[in-house]
Design a protein around this ligand. Structure first.
Ligand code: SF4
Length: 49
């Protein structure tokens, strides 16, 4: 799994448009079924949400 640092990402969208499996979303637009991954991305970098 690839993690994106939630505080370093500037939501430019460059990676979102080229992801071949549509796995990247701006935090505010993460679909309901993938919401739990937001916390995982924060935890991966030791950042509290
Ligand atoms: S949206 Fe993607 S390409 Fe843009 S800053 Fe965030 S991780 Fe990097």
């Amino acid at each position: 799994m690839l993690f994106i640092h939630p505080e370093e990402c500037i939501d430019c969208g460059a990676c979102e448009s080229v992801c071949p499996v549509t796995a990247i979303f701006p935090e505010a637009s993460v679909p309901e079924q993938w919401q739990s991954y937001i916390k995982l991305n924060y935890a991966a970098f030791g950042v509290k949400k």
